[in-house]
Design a protein around this ligand. Structure first.
Ligand code: SAM
Ligand code: DTB
Ligand code: SF4
Length: 332
């Protein structure tokens, strides 16, 4: 297998975006088959362990205290409750349990409970992932020590567009946490959001940043913006500008991510609920090989387990790993 490249140029990535669509998807599918079983899709479950009231001003997020989205702030969930939820996820065939907290960063006083959660979820035989905001090196080391498998921290967009979406922290802050996570020996999950009004050049810059990290993230979530009323980007709901991302451009982004980061798991993340089966199928063809399942993401609705089981049956996809097959429901 050829060495994974981390020296992509923006011009090369831009040229991939400009390929005829079918040629781009064909190339991405080839890369996908060269590195992964193309009929296997990883199934992950998300749980918000601390919702809302976040001091950050991310323009897309329902959980920001700068937004007026109606999401109520909660305290950090009880360890026992989190473990019950993880057990349900395992039961319905999930491989990975991803836990999110609406924090700018965890406080040191939160760490003992977080460590207990990681230990407990891991003991159930699930892979663990957390997304808690910025981490110091010490906190990353603590999570590694507890056995955390993955840490999710998205760069979200190009360095240029980022500051138009978030002002309370910088792109450089994001990269610093990613470095701390790597240094601690935790696998990196980092991706972003498509459809925030960014240009194609921003999507190029977004993939370029990830594909030129010293090591590619093991997981790359590609989210389609879920526009939430009351957030700065909540207006991107219509077909008139600023409009919802075009499905073909979304699939192109997935394909380019797959080509530039051949070994990574590319996750078709938020936004699937409003995506047609055909668009999702094209994403799987273009190299997406991971999803979130369950009725809710963190606060937004998601295609539920039954719908996904039906989609998998229809497309002949199998959940990755030793996980049990997704429950019930034959395709019509
Ligand atoms: N507070 C932590 C942080 O920002 O790193 C973790 C939770 S945060 C909700 C995780 C990621 O979810 C964000 O980085 C963003 O990429 C994604 N996200 C949040 N709201 C979204 C939305 N409305 N549509 C699509 N993706 C979204
Ligand atoms: C990621 O890239 N997508 C997930 C996960 N990482 C934490 C979050 C999506 C959030 C969608 C909006 C919501 O549920 O509020
Ligand atoms: Fe807070 Fe994360 Fe939402 Fe930003 S994306 S407002 S940091 S919860």
């Amino acid at each position: 297998m050829s060495k994974t490249r981390t020296d992509w140029t923006r011009a090369e990535i831009s040229a991939l975006f400009e390929l005829p669509f079918t040629e781009l998807v064909f190339r991405a599918a080839e890369v996908h088959r060269g590195h992964h079983a193309a009929d296997e899709v990883q199934v992950c479950t998300l749980l918000s362990i601390k919702t809302g009231g976040c001091p950050e001003d991310c323009g897309y997020c329902s959980q920001s205290s700068h937004a007026d989205s109606g999401v109520e702030a909660t305290k950090l969930m009880d360890v026992r409750e989190v473990l019950q939820s993880a057990a349900r996820a395992k039961d319905s065939g999930s491989q990975r349990f991803c836990m999110g907290a609406a924090w700018r960063n965890p406080k040191d006083r939160d760490m003992p409970a977080i460590v207990e959660i990681v230990r407990g979820v891991r003991a159930m035989g699930l892979e663990t992932c957390m997304t808690l905001g910025m981490l110091t090196q010490e906190q990353a080391d603590q999570l590694a020590e507890a056995g955390l498998d993955y840490y999710n921290h998205n760069i979200d967009s190009s360095p240029e567009y980022y500051e138009r979406v978030v002002t309370t922290r910088s792109f450089a802050d994001r990269l610093e946490t990613l470095e701390n996570v790597r240094e601690a020996g935790i696998a990196v999950c980092s991706g972003g959001i498509v459809g925030m009004g960014e240009t194609r050049e921003d999507r190029v810059g977004f993939i370029h940043t990830l594909a030129t990290l010293p090591r590619h993230p093991e997981s790359v979530p590609v989210n389609a913006l879920v526009p939430v009323k009351g957030t700065a980007l909540g207006d991107m709901l219509s077909d008139t500008p600023p409009a919802k991302i075009d499905d073909i451009e979304f699939v192109r982004t997935v394909a380019v991510a797959r080509i530039c980061m051949p070994q990574s798991m590319v996750r078709l993340s938020a936004g699937r609920e409003s995506m047609s089966e055909v668009t999702q199928a094209l994403c799987f063809l273009a190299g997406a090989n991971s999803i979130f399942t369950g009725d809710t993401l963190l606060t937004a609705p998601n295609a539920g387990d039954d719908e996904d089981a039906a989609l998998f049956a229809k497309l002949g996809l199998t959940p990755l790993s030793g996980a049990e097959p997704m429950r019930a429901v034959e395709a019509a």
